[in-house]
Design a protein around this ligand. Sequence first.
Ligand code: HEM
Length: 426
Amino acid sequence: MTTVQTKPNKDLAEGFAQVGALFAGDDSNIEQIYRDHRANMPVMEGDICAELGAASFAGATGRPIYTIFKHADVMKVLRDTKTFTSGILMETGLGPFLDGLMITGLDGDEHRQLRGILQPSFTPAVMEEWRETYIRPLIKQSFIEPLVALGKTELITSVGVMFPIHVVYAVLGFPDDDTAALETFATKALKVLGGMANDPEAKRAAFQAFQELYEPTLAAVQARRASGAEGSDLISRLIRAQFEGRTLSDHQITNFVRMMLPAASETTSRTFAIMMTHLFDHPEVLERLRADRSLMRKVLDESVRHDAVATFKVREAQTDVTLQDVTIPKGSIISACVGSANRDETVFENPDVFDIDRKQMAAFGFGFGAHMCVGMWLAKVEIEEAVGLLLDMLPNLRLDPDYPPPVVRGVSLRGPDAVHVVWDVP
Ligand code: HEM
């Protein structure tokens, strides 16, 4: 593959910061608030995101909303897809911007079948192949090599916001020689997330951006089908994919690819930045990782547990259901607080401590159950490559003393605002 060196993209970085601000809210006392809820009111009638001033994926449907805080309840809700369905996501959250065709909002057989077609394209084995063919060369040549001689940078703008988008485009098999077009495309995808703002203009921009993503994506899918779709790229794999005799139409692939753009970039960018923040906050872990790269997965998993980027999962109760002695009426929205469940002291010892050696228990940073993130292995491999290459190629990488250290913050979407670093120029 040919790779191009990319420059930080101002529109993209601004869009990223705007989305972060929209979902940030007031998290100044969030650990204590969640601790109190787990102890005293683990099922709360109301939307904690709204109370804390953050945009909410539970949306404004006019239905009662219940926020749940305990690990056991979050697991129960995400596991039992009959009682707690996802179709409501077509009405709330991002659904309206995705033409009602997003996989996260499908239930039952419809979801099982689509997932069955998609899953084989996202296995760990495929990701290990892509690690070598697409991911490492791309991140190395386009993002890390251009930094080496600079000696300092801000990691979110120069690396974090950009690499997941370029990786997604590469694995989709899009040509990577038109960086400007690609990043305009990605800025549109971010606008879709911006449409969650309670502002008609932002919603209109989000709808328009999403419409504009359709034609070029469809053209790429049609071109790939016409040329035989034999490659190992994602679009070709999706064209060839079959499950129980079903295949995907060009329209379905286009819609999946379109929804993948906001799902795959924003989350990965923030998780990368969260992991770098934890590494700098814990120099002993950074030293261990420098000496032993086999610890990479543990550091990443603990980063995702400690600070999941997307902290709420939304479902609808299909029957009256009782959780922790609270009866939730049929038709209510349940907002499952992953940020709290991942710090539940009944499951995780010293839950607020960042500890890569802790006993592995189920955490929900990539979701859980039937809707668990289908792109999880892709996200993990690309973040591992980005972090590994930074450590390999930027000697003595450390925080820039001229800037405040990064802080992971946010109620609904978490991450640091900036990660300023310096290193020794060889
Ligand atoms: C660190 C990065 C990522 C995080 C933290 C993340 C998180 C999540 C979470 C929590 C869910 C579950 C949603 C729910 O239960 O309602 C999910 C679903 C999903 N994610 Fe990711 N994601 C990441 C990266 C990606 C990437 C790279 C892709 C690319 C393909 C992707 C595609 C999807 C899709 C298609 C679903 C829907 C699965 C379904 O409904 O069956 N994600 N993700």
